[in-house]
Design a protein around this ligand. Structure first.
Ligand code: THG
Length: 269
């Protein structure tokens, strides 16, 4: 399981303030704490108004690159900030994201092609996010064709089923899981990535919901997630799930994490 650290996201209040105040120390610490917790990429989302977004995203990228050389997952709905940021990153980034929306195909796919980036591909089109699994699979089919035409190979593609909040639609969990499970049988060699914490928006005990959903999603075929790497219980759930699914040779990673005190209850004296 690969982890994309979610914390540098301008829609979160503290991060928005740090962006506004150009508090590079805060952003640098947020980057380093996620790296030490085991993140494989850091998601970078400026989450600001379109007229400021490019400038803010470039600033965030520079803050992070000043303290770590971890690869970045550039997160924006707009082509301009993504293109600008792809041009200044030290390592080949992941582009978050394209979809079947015509503007994305026209303006972001060429960036992925030019810089040979990894890319997250969302199961949505100009009609928005479809309600059913079948519609999402149809979009994924068309997206795979577009990416094939652009020469993007399956190993660079991270299909995202689009995880929506359970609080607003109790079918959301099942739809995301079924989309992953079906697409995994259809497309060999692609990755699956999801924004995990979306599932628990507006509900109490979010970490518990995130843990259970992640366990089910890993079983369905998820191999990458945008999540909070600082959540100790979530990290424990990932290791235990991989262990139980027989993906931890000689149970090594699980037992080492336990020995090093990285999982399990924290002892109270
Ligand atoms: N797919 C893709 N990209 C995405 C999403 C997706 N980017 C944005 C979002 N969804 C994923 N990122 C976040 C970031 C923060 C939170 C949720 C989703 C969040 N964080 C809380 C906090 O930090 O305070 C709580 C986290 C927790 O419960 O531990 O809510 O779906 N491709």
């Amino acid at each position: 399981m690969k982890i994309i650290g979610e914390k540098i996201n301008g829609t979160l209040k503290k991060v928005r303030r740090a962006i506004e105040e150009r508090d590079s120390t805060f952003i640098g610490e947020l980057a380093l704490s996620q790296v030490s917790a085991g993140a494989d990429w850091l998601d970078i989302n400026a989450g600001t108004a379109p007229d400021r977004e490019t400038e803010d995203l470039l600033w965030l990228v520079e803050c992070v690159q000043d303290v770590t050389d971890i690869p970045l997952c550039l997160d924006s709905a707009n082509p301009e900030p993504l293109t600008a940021a792809a041009g200044i990153v030290a390592r080949t980034p992941m582009i978050n994201s394209i979809s079947l929306e015509q503007q994305k195909i026209r303006e972001i796919l060429p960036v992925v092609r030019e810089y040979r980036c990894d890319v997250i591909a969302l199961a949505m089109d100009d009609g928005g996010i479809p309600a059913s699994t079948e519609e999402r699979l149809r979009i994924i089919h068309n997206l795979m064709e577009e990416m094939d035409k652009a020469g993007v190979t399956p190993d660079r593609i991270y299909l995202d089923p689009l995880v929506m909040g359970i609080a607003t639609n109790t079918a959301s969990g099942g739809i995301a899981l079924e989309t992953i499970r079906s697409a995994a049988t259809l497309y060999e060699g692609v990755h699956f990535c999801a924004g995990l914490s979306n599932i628990s928006f507006g509900l109490p005990q979010r970490s518990l919901i995130n843990q259970v959903f992640l366990t089910l999603a890993i079983e369905a075929g998820l191999d990458t997630a945008i999540l909070n790497p600082l959540d100790r219980e979530l990290r424990g759930a990932i290791l235990a799930t991989e262990l139980v699914l027989g993906r931890d040779r000689h149970c090594q990673r699980y037992t080492r994490a336990s020995k090093n005190g990285l999982i399990g209850r924290v002892a109270v004296s």
